[in-house]
Write a protein that binds this ligand. Structure first.
Ligand code: SAH
Length: 236
């Protein structure tokens, strides 16, 4: 099912993800339709498969991005209790998912993409500049791309470190649910994170980590995946 969603155009790809129930929420579908994957994937952008973007990184498959957004949705959308959602995208790579989530957070929302490889930080921003929406998000500071070690989360200069993010997406496989990420999750908040079960990268699962309004943490193992690892930055 997951791999059957390839299409001949962006609309085709998203309609196939919808038909195959990889996207089930109309708001998620609308956000994906607004972002042309051709501006982010270097080849065959409408295939439902990952593609290399250099530096040992990949743009994940569309069905993976779809399941991440569907899972994080309640914490990404603005609401009465959460008028300005703050979303952290760790391992932003191509910038594609950062853009899709920026379509959902609303005027007052913020999405920060963190990369530990500077050329990939720059690639995300360059790709986003290809569309009018993307340029507007960058100019209005709805989206920021930063260089840093995502295992430590992200704090802008001058911001308090406590309870910063409504939603955290981790785009590379972690050795553990890093304590600093959990600390930076708001109460309530949700993290979508692939975790390496055996420390060797052979077995990875997505974990959905919820912090409730009282700060109580619940971890749910969702499904098996294959992500590139969350690592130290390569030496230059
Ligand atoms: N979500 C992106 C990229 C996924 S690949 C997309 O779909 O396009 C995983 C990314 O995580 C790579 O770009 C890699 O450089 C980045 N990464 C790996 N370890 C990291 C770390 N410690 N801190 C920040 N980014 C990291």
């Amino acid at each position: 099912m997951a791999w059957r969603s390839s299409g001949a155009s962006n609309t085709d790809l998203i309609e196939n993800l919808w038909r195959n129930k990889m996207i089930t929420d109309p708001r998620v579908k609308a956000a994906f339709l607004k972002v042309d994957r051709a501006q982010y994937a270097p080849s065959n952008p409408y295939d439902d498969s990952p593609k290399s973007i250099g530096h040992s990184a990949t743009i994940s498959a569309p069905h993976m991005h779809a399941s991440a957004v569907e899972k994080l949705l309640p914490f990404i959308l603005p609401s009465e209790t959460r008028p300005s959602p703050r979303v952290l995208d760790i391992g932003s790579g191509s910038g594609y998912l950062t853009h899709v989530m920026a379509e959902l957070v609303g005027d007052k929302g913020v999405v920060v993409g963190v990369e530990h490889i500077t050329p990939l930080r720059d690639l995300g921003e360059k790709n986003m500049r290809k569309s009018a929406d993307g340029r507007q998000f960058l100019e209005s500071d709805r989206v920021k791309f930063r260089v840093g070690d995502g295992r430590k989360g992200w704090t802008e200069d001058g911001e308090e470190g406590e309870g910063l993010w409504d939603a955290i997406h981790v785009g590379a496989s972690a050795k553990e649910v890093h304590p600093e990420l959990l600390r930076q999750l708001r109460a309530p908040g949700r993290m979508f994170i692939p975790v390496d079960d055996d420390g060797e990268g052979w077995s990875q699962h997505i974990w959905c980590v919820d912090k409730d309004a009282e700060g109580k943490v619940e971890r749910n193992k969702l499904f098996g995946v294959r992500y590139v690892p969350l690592t130290d930055a390569p030496k230059v």
